[in-house]
Ligand binder design. Structure first.
Ligand code: SF4
Length: 76
């Protein structure tokens, strides 16, 4: 069982893609909200959410009308 969120690594402007590629126009003391980690692959988009499709299918819907056989048995 996991114990909540792991602590995020402290980042600095020295690790930022924009600073390393001289694309940062800010003169902040601390990393800003646009911080993006520098990696050998370059600037990577954030990971997208994944779709998970249900494997099971409903075989009977709750609003279905009874079949003729069920109606006949009900009123027999
Ligand atoms: S973009 Fe923000 S986090 Fe990156 S180097 Fe510039 S100020 Fe720092």
């Amino acid at each position: 069982m996991t114990k909540g969120r792991t602590r995020a690594k402290k980042v600095s402007c020295e690790d930022c893609f924009f600073r390393k590629n001289m694309l940062c126009a800010l003169s902040c003391e601390q990393p800003c909200a646009t911080f993006r980690p520098d990696s050998p692959e370059g600037l990577r988009p954030p990971q997208q959410m994944r779709f998970h499709f249900r494997q099971e299918r409903r075989t009977q819907v709750s609003w279905a009308l009874p079949t003729a056989q069920e109606q006949a048995a009900l009123h027999a």
